[in-house]
Design a protein around this ligand. Structure first.
Ligand code: FES
Length: 151
């Protein structure tokens, strides 16, 4: 029975391989799948399809108890902030044995599932003009030229 410890919340969970209900995000029995099954918040903006880096975790112990990273995962990780030699995407790393991971601090403030989005605080610029309504094509205020009639 593999055990996964999430250091940032000081919680260890245990599951029987092949018996975990699939949470429909990420690979079955991936760190993300396990986190969701046990109600642990791990952001996954792309739904676990290796298309973002919000599920980035640092593996503190047990790298060899995870499935090897694929080229797709490594390519995606190259775009992650705070990359380390022990970085993995939670949605792609399938757990085969005991693992200890840490969710980077910048990735902990979020509202996951249930309709929220990551809280990036001041990193997100305010919306430009919520009252903006599209103007017709050719409007000089939009920088377009007036339409030319076709004969
Ligand atoms: S959730 Fe997007 S890459 Fe893992």
């Amino acid at each position: 029975m593999p055990k996964v410890t999430f250091l940032n919340i000081d919680r260890t969970v245990e599951f029987e391989s092949g018996k975990l209900p699939y949470a429909e995000h990420g690979l079955p029995e991936s760190l993300l799948d396990i986190a969701i099954n046990f109600g642990i918040q791990l952001e996954h903006a792309c739904g676990g399809s290796c298309a973002c880096t919000t599920c980035h975790v640092h593996v503190k112990q047990g790298d060899t108890n995870l499935s090897p990273a694929t080229d797709d995962e490594l390519d995606r990780l190259d775009t992650a902030a705070d990359l380390t030699l022990h970085s993995r995407l939670g949605c792609q790393a399938v757990v085969k044995g005991d693992v200890i991971v840490d969710i980077p601090s910048w990735n902990r403030n979020y509202v996951s599932e249930g309709g929220g989005s990551m809280n990036l605080g001041d990193a997100i610029p305010p919306a430009k003009n919520l009252e903006h309504k599209p103007k017709p094509p050719g409007d000089p205020d939009e920088g377009g030229a007036a339409p030319v009639p076709v004969s």
